[in-house]
Unconditional design. Structure first.
Length: 414
């Protein structure tokens, strides 16, 4: 086994790696392609940046293609994203045209690779229309939905469904997100890479360095939320919760750390809303970080006494997984994929309001022993369920199932 695979085995377990190696052997002559719409920013890029190299290390022939769009396209796809998560968004005819045209234009360059692939994973709505432009495809195509689609705004879902219905299968993170579709649907939650800069263990010096860099006082309690500036992440609600908690936790400090994703046009507006809500409070630190600030985010999560993810909707919430992996309890919005990870009273607390978040912050910040116990449970919960190795195993199994067309059994001994 290579050095990298051995390193994964050390964290995830030998048996887990053995299983991956066995599955990978069945991909010897197969070509796999992933497509999304940004290389940096947001959870999908975060996963593909790690999933693709691990797949290659296992000997798979994998490509990651990124769709290119213009502002009108991203306005449209942000609208689709918001509508899938329940907002009543009415897309204009111009936006719908941009969706269609962008797929057609991208297909011009991507078509040869897409049509030749044996297995294509199309991530999220942005590239969903590519399928319609690849009439000569030979492989199986999977639509991988990462967003909380539990209660989509129906007119927009009907529009997107026309494209998605043509796929061979779709994958959702949670059963609650699955929609009626004329093909098999699978549940595969996302995962984090324990060896990445975002998640590796750090020394005290690196954690001390972020204290100094951002003017944080290591002697006072600190809570952090890491997120793109997106209203579904509720940064303003986080500031309200911090204010309420501060009455009971003197000296409390808050970090809201985020950057923007290339395919997210609303970030600047929401960042400005958070700045206004924070006002002149010197203990609220709003950090607009560059997209490659992985070690900084890692250190901020570790420097925190607990981590917040007070989302109003959340497909999965990799930031929750990252915090749990670092032994930090998470106070998270009672929604979507956060429910899969925050086991109420065990790995953290689920909340629905700023008041609820404040109460739990006060309780946990005054209970260091409980924080440590919850943190330990969180780390082992992630190890067992949400590491990259588990997600890759499920993708590889799904792919073999689709390619072989066998309903209920994949014999690795073949
Ligand atoms: N992230 C980052 N920089 C930022 C904000 C987020 O690197 O400024 C990372 C974060 O650590 C996590 C991912 O982007 O790995 C966000 O994934 P999540 O599932 O939490 O939310 P999404 O952005 O996909 O809605």
């Amino acid at each position: 086994m290579s050095e990298l695979l051995t390193a994964y085995a050390r964290v995830a377990g030998e048996d887990v790696l053995d299983h991956l190696v066995q599955l990978a052997a069945h991909y010897r002559d197969l070509k796999v392609v992933h497509v999304n719409s940004t290389r940096v920013g947001g959870g999908v890029a975060e996963i593909l940046n790690k999933l693709v190299p691990l797949s290659r290390e296992l000997g798979l022939d994998v490509d990651w293609l990124v769709m290119q769009g213009d502002p009108a396209f991203y306005q449209c796809t942000k609208g689709i994203h918001n509508a899938l998560q329940g907002n009543a968004v009415n897309l204009t005819p111009r936006q719908l045209e941009a969706f269609e045209e962008t797929a057609a234009r991208n297909a011009e360059t991507l078509r040869p690779q897409l049509e030749a692939a044996d297995l294509v994973f199309i991530h999220d709505p942005q590239p969903a229309a590519l399928l319609a432009h690849c009439p000569g495809r030979r492989g199986r195509w999977v639509w991988r939905c990462h967003v909380d689609a539990s209660r989509p705004y129906r007119p927009v879902w009907r529009f997107l469904r026309r494209y998605v219905a043509g796929y061979d299968a779709s994958v959702f993170s949670l059963a609650a997100f699955a929609q009626a579709l004329p093909h098999p649907e699978y549940l595969i939650p996302p995962s984090i890479d324990p060896l990445s800069d975002k998640n590796v263990d750090l020394g005290a010096d690196e954690i001390g360095a972020v204290h100094r860099q951002f003017n944080l006082d290591p002697g006072r309690p600190l809570v952090t939320q890491v997120s793109r500036f997106d209203r579904f992440k509720d940064p303003v609600g986080v500031i309200q919760a911090y204010r309420l908690a501060k009455g009971f936790v003197p000296g409390l400090q808050l970090v809201l750390a985020g950057g923007s994703a290339e395919d997210d046009p609303e970030g600047e507006v929401v960042l400005a809303e958070a700045r206004t809500a924070a006002g002149e409070d010197p203990d609220v630190h709003i950090l607009a970080l560059p997209p490659d600030a992985h070690r900084t985010i890692n250190a901020l999560q570790r420097a925190s006494d607990l981590v917040l993810q007070k989302s109003l909707r959340e497909g999965f919430g990799l930031t929750v997984t990252e915090a749990l992996w670092k032994g930090r309890p998470v106070i998270g919005g009672d929604t979507g994929g956060i429910r899969l990870q925050v086991v109420d009273h065990h790995t953290g607390f689920l909340v629905s309001t700023p008041e609820g978040a404040a109460l739990r912050m006060r309780y946990l910040l005054n209970n260091p022993a409980l924080r440590a116990a919850m943190g330990e449970k969180g780390r082992s919960f992630v190890r067992d369920n949400f590491l990259l190795t588990r997600q890759l195993r499920e993708y590889l199994t799904l792919g073999l199932g689709l390619l072989r067309g066998q309903a209920d059994r994949i014999d690795l001994g073949e």
